[in-house]
Design a protein around this ligand. Structure first.
Ligand code: SF4
Ligand code: F3S
Length: 106
């Protein structure tokens, strides 16, 4: 499956959700995750993310491997999102900032 990684946190652009044919994005307060059971590896979402936060599970950036388990865990708890919405107000400011995991809201 594909995985949403750290740079989505505090950005949440949501362009990704519109293209997913199987509605596997789930939304939290300041982050989205992909349900690894539902994802069919179609690759459509990956180029849509302005923050370049989406990767195939086998190609997650070094040091972000824990996001694989986090997507599985949180997708079981958060509701599905299928419609794009406005990014978070501070999205442009936070895009590319390091160490954003500490700001993840559950
Ligand atoms: Fe959805 Fe395809 Fe992205 Fe998987 S790879 S989350 S199925 S758009
Ligand atoms: Fe997050 Fe990128 Fe989607 S910032 S909400 S993974 S478009």
């Amino acid at each position: 499956p594909f995985v949403v990684t750290e740079n989505c946190i505090r950005c949440k652009y949501t362009d990704c959700v519109e293209v997913c044919p199987v509605d596997c994005f789930h939304e939290g307060p300041n982050f989205l995750v992909i349900d690894p059971v539902e994802c069919i590896d179609c690759t459509l979402c990956e180029p849509e993310c302005p923050a370049k936060a989406i990767f195939p599970e086998d190609d997650v950036p070094a040091g972000q491997e824990h996001f694989v388990a986090l997507n599985a865990e949180l997708s079981a708890q958060w509701p599905v999102i299928t419609t794009r919405k406005e990014p978070l107000a501070e999205a442009a400011e936070w895009d590319g900032k390091p160490d954003k995991l500490q700001y993840l809201q559950r």
